[in-house]
Design a protein around this ligand. Structure first.
Ligand code: DGL
Length: 287
């Protein structure tokens, strides 16, 4: 990889590849390093101290590999470890909670938002706080069974459909009790964009689904622009910098690191990324 802008993307596992997938076309002349801490996934059921320790180790690894900007694609790490990561590295760090809340604020008319997330994210109330700062009321719903079902590849399975419908019904029951009328569902977990078809079928058409992957990619671009860090758009400048004749494929601009099975990362990861993956490198961050 040559060094134009190198962006590090971190997630507890494969889910952050949905964010990388959205970032690639937004920044055609940037290179990406992706860490999936698959050995220690899920983060969503762990304590704040553990999540912060794990996330800081991955962030430091990415910076040591040359990342000049970090995207914390993991909602759980963004909710519970963003300050710890920012204290531990010297490069700019963007999390997904604020970007999600800002995007919800831009589209919600009722000002009530339903946030679906892991248990740790919900317990942190990071989304509720970020939404409140934008004048939104957030109803946070923890959906602990969804990540394992998605990891299993059951994104269209009737059981996943049933589990999702139960969570949504519970959330809407709470909304009725609180007199809340959410018109926007914020997907506050890296994995949930893969359930979009099920969500669209389960939700009334009046409810909008906000995919944090898309909104994060747009925010990264704006933030890089504001910091004057955005590389030239033209792919020819990237080719010239690399001395290449051919247009590089999106995947050739990425290096992937996983802390557990390479095979599984390639198999599951390609579903999140949307195309097959180049070589994945095994890394050891300890226990
Ligand atoms: N990446 C996590 C998130 O976005 C979901 C998977 C996990 O629990 O580690 O919250």
């Amino acid at each position: 990889m040559s060094a134009l802008l190198r962006i590090g993307v971190f997630d507890s596992g494969f889910g952050g590849l949905t964010v990388l997938r959205a970032l690639l076309p937004q920044m055609p002349a940037a290179e990406f390093l992706y860490v999936g801490d698959t050995a220690r996934l899920p983060y969503g059921s762990k304590s704040q101290a553990t999540i912060a320790r794990y996330a800081v180790e991955s962030a430091q690894f990415l910076v040591a590999q040359g990342a000049a900007y970090l995207v914390i694609a993991c909602n759980t790490a963004s909710a519970l470890a963003l300050d710890a990561i920012r204290d531990a590295v010297t490069v700019p760090v963007l999390g997904v909670i604020e970007t999600g809340a800002a995007s919800a604020a831009a589209i919600s008319k009722s000002r009530d938002v339903l946030v679906l997330a892991t248990d740790a994210t919900v317990q942190s109330h990071a989304y509720a706080q970020a939404c409140a700062a934008h004048g939104l009321r957030a109803l946070e719903k923890s959906c602990p069974l969804l990540v394992p079902l998605i990891e299993e590849g059951w994104t269209e399975h009737p059981i996943t459909d049933e589990v999702l419908r139960i969570y949504l019904e519970e959330a809407m029951q709470t909304a009725r009790e609180r007199g809340s009328t959410p018109d926007t569902v914020l997907l506050g977990c890296t994995h949930y964009p893969l359930l979009r078809p099920l969500l669209e079928r389960a939700l009334p058409p009046s409810m909008q689904i906000l995919d944090s992957a898309e909104t994060t990619a747009a925010c990264v671009r704006h933030d890089l622009e504001a910091r004057n860090l955005l590389p030239p758009e033209s792919l020819s400048s990237l080719h010239a910098a690399r001395g290449e004749d051919e247009t590089p494929s999106p995947a050739s601009r990425c290096r992937f690191f996983a802390t557990d099975s390479i095979d599984k990362f390639q198999r599951l990861g390609s579903r999140f990324l949307g195309h097959s993956m180049q070589a994945v490198e095994l890394m050891d961050l300890g226990g």
